[in-house]
Every structure is written in structure tokens, then in C-alpha cells.
Write a protein that binds this ligand. Structure first.
Ligand SMILES: Cc1ncc(C[n+]2csc(CCOP(=O)(O)OP(=O)(O)O)c2C)c(N)n1
Ligand SMILES: [Mg+2]
Length: 418
């Protein structure tokens, strides 16, 4: 994937510094026929490239869930991560080269494994809420990529008919509740959805993705408290990419703990730190949490240690055809390179090739297939019409011929007696 920086990455690797030290990763990877059994055990010890290993989270033993995945599923994970990567690389390149391109992005590259690993653990009828950086979540949950491409350039055929744009993609029929430009409230939607799903009683689960800045907001704590108290079937996945905004504020300036997941202990629920650059690690942890939630045992907070390759927003420091933003004042290129060297797509590809599930040629062909699919999606999107001016106020006022009385009622709640 990281074709244009390969040499530099190799140089960084050769120095042997800045790499994750991990204990107890995949204990067994056995291929039997078309299926592979994946097991993880033990406490996760995780280090960001320039830190010592951290993790003092008390873990429930049963959080680790030995799960079987077929060859097809493992390849599908790779396909989804590639779709995310090339969707956002295409947006980045268009922003850099096409004058008048109307789209923009908070780039997902670097975060692919978080979204794909987590969404793979969900069923289609489970619900998911994203945050402002959410192209990867929408694709991972199965949103229509052509319509997503149309949405971010505000076309009438977009997922939201062109009313939403990059930060508000939603597609209800695949359980994608939407994204959110305000930092934090996604956890309220997610936990609220979990409340509703529990009331439905069909065993569905809700999941919220959030950035590390979520942990600095009241929404985070309100949601965890509510969900823990009422055992809501909800999984909260924090993608900790260490940075908050375009000024490059670091999360360590805003919270007093090394691991956000430790905050789960305040609410008496499991908190787990996983390698957000490893799709199988994320999958295993989220799968266990989802099963726990389905069994009526309440929420789990999962923190994925990850990194965003581009700037907070847009393409400052990026070049056409090259992955990532370099020369940003708030982080070193060396730090970026050390994360690129742990690229989740390269890593999963290596697993697929080493276990004989794909040949190198098939892996290349898969990537070419995805690139063509994304090119086609944007070509299709560009040919779509923009919304009509006379539809500008649609979705603002009630349009149905009848409404539920309580939508209009301005009364205090009823006082009732049993
Ligand atoms: C309530 C609120 N405060 C501030 C902002 C401006 N803002 C947009 S994104 C962002 C940082 C978010 O950081 P994080 O949650 O770590 O997500 P990341 O962008 O790193 O994926 C901020 C401060 C906002 N959108 N909403
Ligand atoms: Mg962040």
C-alpha cells in the first residue's frame, strides 16, 4: 500500500526503533481447509512507537473470544480496508489536483483496521454511530460507496441526497446511524440506540466509534454511566490516534491517564486496549464485547491505538499520489513513518499471503480491482445531478399529511398513578 514511501519505511524498520512490543498476539493461526482459527489470550501490552509498553487495565478473562473466520471473510476484511484506503486517497488526490472539487475529508487512512475489525463483529441489523472522521466506518458497515462518493460532493444521488456531505454520511438500511461533526455526542446516539434495541428484544447491539477527544467530553461519561447502570447492549470503540485538531494538540495534554480504556473501571465495565493497526486484534476484542452485550451483560469500552496518516482535516502536507501528510509542525515525519511501517493493510496482506490464503499476485489483483471500483464510484458520482434549489427546505418542516400528536404537543409529562 505505502508504495511511494516503501524505501523510507524499510530504513526505519532497519533501525529497529519505534516498534510495538507485543506479547501474546495470535497464539495459534491454523489453516484447516477453508477456515482459520484465531485465538488471542492474555493481557495486551501495547506501545505507541516512541513509548514504553503501557496497559494496566484489569481485564476480564472472558473478554478474549476464540473465533473462527473463513478464508472468504479474511479476504473480505482486506477488501474493505482497501476500499477505505482508496476512497480517501482518491478524495485527497482530487483535493490536491482538481480545481473546483467540492469534496473534503477528515482522512481515515491509518484507521482502517479499527473500522473493519469492529464492523466485522457486528450483524447487518446491529447499529453503528460514527464521528466526524467516519468515511471508514460507513464503508466498513456496508454503505454504498458510489452514493458516498456522490454525497461528499453534494449530489442529489448521495446517501443523504446531497444534504449532508463528508461529516454526515448515513445509511439506515445497513445500520449506519450517521456521523457527527460535534465532538462527543455520538456516544449518546449509540448508547441511546442500544437502549432502543434492548427494548425491541431481538438481541441487536449498538456500537459507537469515537476519537480520543471524546474522553474529554461529558457525553463520554454520561453514556458510559447510563449504559453500565442499565446494562445497555452497547460497545464503545475509541480510535486513539493521539491528536485532537489541526493545531496538533496531543491527547496527553488533555487527560491524566495513559490509556482511555482505564476509565471503564470507574463504571465497573471492561476496558480493553487493542492494537488499532491490526484488524484481527480489533475484531477479536469487539467480537467478545458484542457477544457480552448480546448476552445482556452490558457495555465494553475498547481503545484502539492508531494513527491518522493525513493532517486532522484536508490535505495539508500531502502530495498527489503519495500517502500521508508530511512536514506538519506538530508531529515529526519520523513518527508518521514509524506508523506507516505498521500499516494495517500491509500487515493483513502479509497474513493472507503467509497462510496461503492469497498469492502475491492475487493480493495485487484484489487491490487493482478495488482501485477500479473506487475510480468508477467517483466517475459515477461526478455525473450525478445536484439537488434542486426548490428542494432546499425539504427535511426541515413536517411533510407528511398526518403527524403523531406528541410531535406537536407542548405539555409537561403526564402525572400518572398506578
Ligand atoms: C464540541 C466540539 N468542540 C470542538 C470541535 C472542533 N473539533 C473538531 S474535530 C476536533 C478534534 C477531535 O479529536 P478526536 O476526537 O481525537 O478525533 P480525531 O479528529 O483525532 O479523529 C475538534 C476539537 C467540535 N467539532 N465540537
Ligand atoms: Mg484523535
Amino acid at each position: 500500500m505505502s508504495d511511494t514511501i516503501e524505501k523510507t519505511v524499510e530504513e526505519v524498520k532497519a533501525e529497529g526503533k519505534g516498534f510495538i512490543s507485543r506479547r501474546n498476539f495470535l497464539k495459534g493461526l491454523g489453516v484447516t481447509g477453508a477456515s482459520v482459527a484465531l485465538f488471542t489470550t492474555g493481557t495486551r501490552l501495547l506501545a505507541t512507537p516512541e513509548q514504553e509498553p503501557v496497559s494496566k487495565i484489569p481485564l476480564e478473562r472472558d473478554i478474549y473470544w476464540p473465533e473462527r473466520l473463513t478464508r472468504e471473510q479474511l479476504i473480505e476484511m482486506q477488501r474493505k480496508m482497501l476500499q477505505i484506503r482508496w476512497y480517501d486517497r482518491t478524495v485527497a488526490d482530487k483535493m490536491l489536483t482538481e480545481k473546483g472539487f467540492r469534496g473534503y475529508m477528515h482522512g481515515s487512512p491509518g484507521h482502517e483496521a479499527c473500522a473493519v475489525g469492529a464492523c466485522f463483529a457486528l450483524n447487518k441489523d446491529d447499529w453503528m454511530a460514527g464521528y466526524h472522521r467516519s468515511h471508514h466506518h460507513a464503508i466498513a458497515k456496508g454503505a454504498n460507496i458510489r452514493k458516498m462518493a456522490a454525497e461528499i460532493i453534494f449530489k442529489a444521488s448521495g446517501t443523504n441526497n446531497g444534504y449532508g456531505g463528508s461529516m454526515h454520511i448515513m445509511q439506515a438500511d445497513v445500520g449506519m446511524l450517521g456521523e457527527d461533526g460535534v465532538v462527543g455526542p455520538g456516544c449518546c446516539y449509540g448508547a441511546g440506540a442500544g437502549h432502543a434495541l434492548r427494548a425491541r428484544g431481538k438481541g441487536q447491539v449498538a456500537l459507537t466509534f469515537g476519537g480520543d477527544a471524546h474522553a474529554t467530553t461529558p457525553y463520554f461519561h454520561i453514556s458510559l454511566n447510563e449504559a453500565a447502570t442499565h446494562k445497555i447492549p452497547w460497545v464503545y470503540v475509541i480510535e486513539n490516534n493521539q491528536y485532537l485538531d489541526a493545531r496538533g494538540q496531543h491527547i496527553s495534554e488533555c487527560i491524566n491517564v495513559d490509556d482511555i480504556a482505564i476509565m471503564a473501571t470507574a463504571y465497573n465495565i471492561p476496558g480493553v486496549v487493542v492494537d488499532g493497526m491490526d484488524v484481527l486484534d480489533v475484531y477479536n476484542a469487539v467480537k467478545a464485547a458484542v457477544e457480552r452485550a448480546r448476552a445482556g451483560r452490558g457495555p465494553t469500552l475498547i481503545e484502539c491505538k492508531t494513527y491518522r496518516y493525513y493532517d486532522h482535516f484536508g490535505v495539508r502536507g500531502a502530495e498527489p499520489g503519495k500517502l500521508g501528510s508530511f512536514g506538519l509542525g506538530y508531529r515529526s515525519d519520523r513518527e508518521l513513518l514509524s506508523w506507516l511501517a505498521r500499516d494495517p493493510i500491509d500487515k493483513h496482506r502479509k497474513t493472507l499471503v503467509q497462510t496461503g490464503m492469497l498469492t502475491e499476485r492475487e493480493a495485487d489483483a484484489l487491490e487493482e480491482e478495488v482501485k477500479a471500483e473506487i475510480r468508477d464510484a467517483f466517475r459515477w458520482a461526478e455525473a450525478q445531478p445536484v439537488p434542486r434549489a426548490e428542494d432546499g427546505l425539504r427535511h426541515v418542516f413536517v411533510e407528511e399529511e398526518s403527524v403523531l400528536p406528541r410531535m406537536l404537543a407542548d405539555c409537561p409529562p403526564w402525572k400518572t398513578y398506578a
